[in-house]
Design a protein. Structure first.
Length: 235
């Protein structure tokens, strides 16, 4: 009798374990969206949010007006800018870098029905994939392995033999686009930077930073002259 009871309990525990695994399974939905220039972006639903899986690559605002382009060698023009501007290293792979003046422009960069995510919307994404409320609201490096979950699988495009070892669990496909510094210099190959639509009290912009040596995500504010990538989220 004891043996039978043991088997029944064992089976019940096994069923509970299976139910737990099923409940934690990541189920994703996919789609596409087009910008005003006709570029098509893959999209993914993570939790209750729809995100672009690729960096924004648009060269016009939604009203059709051109976003001013600053050549890579024009450091002074970039660093002294007080109006919208963009640049790129390889737009076909990494999309474009936009300064924060472009992010805040009322003509809008995001495709119709989409927008540049706020700092709170980035925090919602981070909490959806496992970051705690306290961690998400902190500055500097936060969380545990959330960056690893968003980075492209097996660090493709990232430095060989270095962290992070991307899992791409959510098809977010982060690549090492780098950024354009506020002094106009370009960086690439070791990190990725993303603007949010949120500005701080002193006029700086909130952003997210992913580094090749880190599995967690950096949150901070910085000068609007920085050029960063953008991921859009659905309205």
């Amino acid at each position: 009798m004891k043996q039978v009871l043991f088997i029944v309990v064992f089976l019940m525990l096994g069923l509970q374990a299976c139910e737990k695994d099923t409940n934690t399974q990541i189920i994703l939905e996919y789609g596409t969206v087009n910008d005003v220039d006709g570029n098509t972006y893959k999209t993914v639903k993570i939790g209750e949010q729809w995100w672009m899986c690729q960096n924004l690559n648009v060269k016009h605002f939604n009203d059709g007006s051109e976003i001013p382009f600053v050549e890579n060698g024009e450091q002074n023009t970039w660093s002294n800018a007080t109006e919208p501007a963009y640049s790129f290293i390889n737009d076909s792979i990494y999309g474009c870098f936009y300064n924060n003046f472009a992010v805040q422009d009322v003509r809008k960069l995001a495709p119709a029905g989409w927008h540049i995510p706020s700092d709170e919307e980035w925090k919602t994404l981070e909490k959806t994939i496992g970051m705690s409320e306290n961690q998400a609201s902190s500055l500097a490096w936060r969380g545990t392995n959330e960056a690893e979950l968003l980075l492209i699988k097996k660090s493709a495009g990232w430095p060989n033999g270095t962290l992070p070892y991307g899992l791409d669990s959510y098809s977010f496909n982060i690549l090492p686009a780098g950024c354009r510094l506020h002094n106009g210099e370009l960086t690439t190959g070791f990190n990725a930077f993303f603007w949010t639509a949120t500005s701080s009290a002193n006029g700086q912009g909130f952003y997210r930073y992913f580094d090749y040596q880190k599995k967690n995500i950096f949150r901070q504010t910085t000068y609007p002259q920085y050029g960063m990538s953008i991921r859009c989220v659905k309205d």
